[in-house]
Design a protein. Structure first.
Length: 222
């Protein structure tokens, strides 16, 4: 529902919950597989609102950032890294809530792609830097949702290939994920209906709420 209503909500809230019951690599891979499925399902619905120029800037940056994020995931202390992400997210949110507004630029578009790629491969949550950027630049909700879906379809698939290449575990991750596809499908249908009820103001508050909830969950995880 969150993915269809906002274009970003699934990964940001799902990963902290998955980390409660799965090791980091399995949680990230599950998150990536389901995210690719959801974005592929949604792309047909939102393709007309995609900001193609922005998308072309985000993708090259994400390709650069993804290997960096994967290297971080494989080397740093997991809990310290999660807490650092939570603190960074809350810090940016505080600035945004204090009405921090900035203009989009070519350099900022590319930098957002690099950060989103790094966050995707490191923790499966590329939406965090992207949403903070969209919120500060006051991007319209239709463009946010559509461009996020198109971008995440690429970067999640790219990060998933990288994860599968380097990770080794016995968990039946593909069968497990396939069992969740029907539930996810119905969630998309409900989320599409919810999207029609959201005003631009409500959509912005939804962004803030999802990011705050994510930060709290990350800090509370053992």
């Amino acid at each position: 529902m969150l993915q269809a209503a906002t274009g970003f909500g699934f990964s940001i809230l799902a990963l902290p919950l998955l980390l409660l019951i799965h090791p980091p690599l399995i949680a990230v891979e599950l998150n990536l597989i389901l995210s690719v499925f959801l974005c592929a399902l949604m792309l047909r619905m939102v393709r007309r609102e995609v900001d193609v120029t922005l998308l072309k800037r985000l993708i090259p940056g994400s390709i650069l950032g993804a290997p960096i994020g994967l290297a971080v995931l494989m080397t740093v202390n997991e809990r310290a890294f999660r807490i650092a992400i939570a603190i960074i997210t809350l810090s940016f949110l505080i600035l945004l809530l204090r009405r921090l507004v900035f203009k989009r630029s070519v350099a900022r578009d590319y930098c957002s792609g690099v950060l989103a790629g790094g966050f995707t491969s490191a923790v499966g949550m590329g939406g965090i830097p992207l949403l903070l950027y969209f919120a500060g630049a006051r991007v319209p909700k239709a463009v946010v949702r559509a461009t996020a879906v198109a971008f995440f379809l690429f970067i999640y698939a790219f990060a998933l290939v990288m994860q599968v290449t380097v990770s080794h575990h016995d968990f039946p991750i593909w069968w497990f994920s396939a069992g969740l596809f029907p539930v996810s499908f119905f969630g998309v249908k409900w989320g599409q209906w919810l999207y029609t009820l959201l005003s631009q103001r409500a959509f912005t508050f939804c962004i803030y709420g999802v990011l705050i909830a994510n930060s709290i969950l990350l800090m509370l995880l053992p």
